[in-house]
Design a protein around this ligand. Structure first.
Ligand code: AP5
Length: 207
């Protein structure tokens, strides 16, 4: 199964993808995580990603598509993937179809997590990450275990999240009709407890 988790920054895509991995037995592919790993390793490519990510701007399509093409050749993604944060533009959506077609695959479903902007700002600003495992927490809704040293993502400030949200509205949401035309879109209310949202996603997927 190839599944897209779609939605604004902080909608819960990464949180819910982590829960779906075991259930569906396919990996999560997060372009944001891949780019953060490249930034951390200090490579030239990582520095290029950083120049866009720090300002909450989208990384250019050709760079993201090249990253995805390479990732899809890895053996763990041979039977499908949960795409988290990709595609984010119409160009990326079309490129993903081409990449999957070469592998004899196609998108089965796109789940949009719908969350109002006021919740998004609170979620993003309160997010904390365990740098060792990559596990995501929230200071109020999903607090880290006591004693665990967690960090805040550099793009998780109020100013940058507004910039990211504007980018979602302007460039990412307009890609939805591309999937709607094929009857692949399931809209899921992303407000509620982590368990409630997970149940809604499972219902939408019929799993
Ligand atoms: P990326 O890392 O993909 O960020 P994003 O899409 O903005 O999504 P987030 O990771 O912020 O949110 P999420 O939906 O995964 O929410 P989460 O589960 O963590 O991208 C970062 C940057 O990289 C982009 O700005 C861009 O520059 C670049 N980039 C990445 N992909 C790109 C692409 N394809 N093209 C171009 N550029 C790209 O949850 C958020 C918080 O809320 C957490 O604290 C969580 O604990 C909490 N939470 C989750 N669910 C709930 C709930 N139900 N109730 C209360 N709290 C909740």
């Amino acid at each position: 199964m190839d599944l897209i988790l779609f939605g604004p920054p902080g909608a819960g895509k990464g949180t819910q993808a982590a829960r779906l991995i075991d259930l569906l037995e396919i990996p999560q592919i997060s372009t944001g995580d891949m780019m953060r790993a490249a930034r951390k390793s200090g490579t030239e490519l990582g520095k290029k990603f950083d120049s866009y990510m720090s300002d909450g701007k989208l990384v250019p399509d050709e760079m993201v598509i090249a990253l995805m093409e390479e990732r899809l050749t890895q053996p763990d993604a041979a039977k499908g993937a949960i795409f988290d944060g990709f595609p984010r533009t119409q160009n990326q959506a079309e490129a993903l179809d081409v990449l999957l077609e070469k592998l004899g695959r196609k998108i089965s479903k796109l789940v949009v997590l719908e969350v109002p902007v006021k919740n998004i700002v609170e979620r993003v600003v309160g997010r904390r990450v365990d740098p060792a495992s990559g596990q995501t927490y929230h200071i109020r809704y999903n607090p880290p275990p006591s004693g665990l040293e967690v960090i805040q993502r550099s793009d998780d400030t109020e100013d940058v999240v507004h910039q990211r949200y504007e980018g979602y509205k302007a460039k990412t949401e307009p890609a939805l009709p591309y999937y709607e035309a094929r009857g692949l879109v399931a809209r899921v209310d992303g407000v509620g407890s982590l368990d409630e949202v997970f149940e809604r996603i499972k219902n939408a997927l019929g799993v």
